[in-house]
Design a protein around this ligand. Structure first.
Ligand code: FES
Ligand code: FES
Length: 170
């Protein structure tokens, strides 16, 4: 068995104490995923596991044997950006950029959660299957990803433009 990271098979660590974050950064050299708090509070380490977002600092790598992990390096490349990455650039969705990989991965999974009808704290009708794609929903659903630079407005505009096919707010 192995962990599939961005389409490439990676051997799980022999040391069961290694976090998924450290496997990615220290063992595989995938430093796009950032270590902020290392205790589940900032979202900088967010990656996708089988399409779901998780905090890789709180995950033991050996738990993910057989799973498919996507990091920011797996979303797009500098010469071939994912549309969401391009929109972050266009809308100034980052300043220092430290939180950006986690924001991007989180947004990818968050949009699928919204499309599946998973309610959030601000969803008015819990039985609704067609949840409106509003800025309030995006802000609530992305609230686990902190940005110390405060580039939130640009992120919301970028996510909105990419996934809701709506013009960003003025
Ligand atoms: S580094 Fe994982 S949540 Fe902050
Ligand atoms: S862009 Fe600097 S922490 Fe978010």
């Amino acid at each position: 068995m192995s962990i599939i990271v961005n389409g490439r098979a990676v051997a799980p660590p022999t040391d069961p104490r290694v976090s998924l974050l450290d496997l990615l950064r220290e063992h595989e050299g995938l430093t796009g995923t950032k270590k902020g708090c290392n205790q589940g509070a900032c979202g900088a380490c967010t990656v996708l596991v089988d399409g779901e977002r998780i905090l890789s600092c709180l995950a033991l790598a050996v738990q993910y044997d057989g799973c498919s992990v996507t990091t920011v390096e797996g979303l797009g490349t500098p010469g071939d950006l994912h549309p969401l990455q391009a929109a972050f650039v266009e809308h100034d969705g980052f300043q220092c950029g430290y939180c950006t990989p986690g924001q991007l991965c989180s947004a990818m999974a968050m949009v699928e959660e919204l499309r599946r009808g998973v309610p959030s704290h601000v969803t008015g009708d819990l039985s609704a299957t067609d949840i409106p794609f509003t800025a309030d929903e995006l802000r609530e659903r992305m609230s686990g990803n902190l940005c110390r630079c405060g580039a939130y407005n640009g992120m919301v505009d970028a996510i909105m433009e990419t996934f809701a096919q709506k013009e960003p707010a003025e």
